[in-house]
Design a protein around this ligand. Structure first.
Ligand SMILES: Nc1ncnc2c1ncn2[C@@H]1O[C@H](COP(=O)(O)OP(=O)(O)OP(=O)(O)O)[C@@H](O)[C@H]1O
Ligand SMILES: [Mg+2]
Length: 437
């Protein structure tokens, strides 16, 4: 059972069970009480009518007559004369007469049906003596134990019915919700989804329709965004190639403006290439071509080629490989990841400091000695066009796409890329545990 239906069922079940138990208990007590009161009343009335007869003439014949009547009935009678002696008793009922009753007043003498063998009432005869009526409690007890059994069966049946109906009811609600959730789960994968239960004429149906609409809108937005990115990158590519070419010619004539135009056009060129690359990745039109690659040699090959730019800025490049490993990666794409990370490390590390790259047990880690990134900015680092320093200044002026591209590539391999601040600076961790080796 799902969590929601379990909650609903438990909530209602406990509520209804409490109400059921309390009302059954009250009803049971009322019934028992009433039954006992009725028995006592009719016992007393019977005694009273004997008393009426005996009050009129109390002779041996009348006494015997009364005794004989009771011998045939379930109830018993004991008649006492004015001195408290037994004048007559049916079925030796006088043995059960308690001492307390001899001087008792008119009325009920014993009503403890649970513990005593007899209920008793007393009717006083005019001119002395009394009629004590006895009724065995055995009968009431068996009647009440019957009643108990019926109550128990009723409670059990109601309980079973309750559990079953709640089970079906909650399933009626949660089953469609579960299937909607399952369909909606694919929303984030960017797929067009078919949501079930849209034909229902209730809130669940409305929810399903709303999700269907969101799915359609989302797909439309994704499609137009991709189309926009691709076309804009395409449109910009051609003119910028020309501008770069002509600016290169201008530069050769050693004009300062030519230099500036050339640098700016180069930046634009890189931005467009990156955007183009990202657009292609988003269209999933890029495929990775994995090859088994031994990481130490692979990374060494890349940083050897980068060594001179680090030397130029007098930054020490440290390469350690405590535990090398082999994974199936697309070398061209992965090279781009490493270059993007090294490019950042180079840009943000001051002269004379160290950048360390480590290959260790399914991980590649780049740690620099730069300023790091504020904790608030950390979560956005891999977002498209995100830059901590929004002013596009000259030395560090990037476009904010490097880490986004790195992330797309690492994730296309099934790996993870994360950033952390360390005591010295920023640390970027590529985790390739999930990648085939
Ligand atoms: N090693 C680092 N130290 C400090 N901040 C960094 C570091 N690496 C990245 N950042 C911050 O994260 C932002 C995003 O990095 P990213 O590589 O995506 O973009 P970029 O370097 O600005 O531009 P691009 O790489 O596209 O030329 C950077 O602008 C910078 O603010
Ligand atoms: Mg960068």
């Amino acid at each position: 059972m799902s969590k929601l239906s379990l909650k609903i069922s438990l909530f209602y079940l406990t509520g209804i069970a409490i109400i059921l138990v309390v009302s059954l208990f009250v009803m049971h007590n009322l019934l028992v009480e009433q039954q006992v009161q009725n028995e006592l009343k009719s016992l007393h009335q019977r005694g009273d009518s004997h008393r009426d007869v005996l009050s009129e003439n109390i002779d041996q014949r009348t006494i015997e007559h009364v005794v004989m009547m009771e011998e045939k009935a379930i109830t018993e009678v004991v008649i006492l004369d004015e001195s408290g002696q037994v004048a007559g008793a049916s079925n030796q009922a006088d043995e059960h007469v308690s001492q307390d009753w001899l001087n008792a007043n008119e009325g009920i003498a014993e009503d403890d049906w649970r513990n005593e063998p007899f209920l008793a009432s007393i009717s006083l005869i005019d001119g002395g003596g009394s009629v004590i009526m006895l009724e065995p409690t055995e009968q009431i007890q068996s009647l009440i134990s019957d009643l108990n059994r019926h109550f128990l069966i009723a409670a059990l049946l109601t309980g079973i019915f309750l559990v079953l109906s709640l089970y079906f009811l909650s399933h009626l609600i949660t089953r469609p919700l579960l299937s909607i959730r399952q369909a909606a789960g694919k929303l984030s994968e960017g797929a067009v989804i078919t949501v079930p239960e849209t034909k229902r004429n209730d809130e669940i149906g409305e929810l399903a329709l709303a999700i269907t609409k969101i799915s359609g809108d989302l797909h439309q937005i994704q499609k137009s965004r991709k189309a926009f990115l691709t076309s804009i990158a395409h449109e910009l590519r051609t003119p910028i190639t020309y501008i770069k070419g002509y600016a290169g010619l201008l530069k050769k004539e050693e004009s300062a403006y030519g230099e500036i135009i050339y640098e700016e056009s180069e930046r634009l060129h890189k931005l467009i290439e990156d955007l183009f690359e990202l657009a292609r990745m988003e269209e999933h039109s890029f495929t990775i071509e994995p090859e088994r690659t031994e990481m130490t040699a692979f990374i060494k090959g890349i940083i050897d080629r980068l060594q001179f730019v680090f030397d130029e800025k007098q930054i020490t490049l440290l390469f350690t490989t405590p535990h090398t490993f082999t994974k199936k990666i697309d070398r061209n794409r992965f090279e781009q990841v490493i270059i993007n990370l090294m490019d950042n490390a180079l840009k943000y590390t001051p002269e004379g400091q160290t950048v360390q790259i480590t290959v260790n047990q399914d991980r590649i880690v780049v740690i620099d000695e730069g300023p790091g990134v504020s904790e608030e900015a950390l979560p956005f680092l891999f977002d498209r066009l995100y830059r901590v320093d929004t002013s596009r200044n000259r030395e560090t002026g990037g476009t904010g796409l490097g880490l986004t591209i790195a992330k797309e590539i690492v994730e296309a391999h099934n790996g993870k890329i994360t950033a952390e601040n360390t005591s010295s600076g920023l640390s970027i961790i590529i985790d390739l545990k999930g990648v085939a080796s």
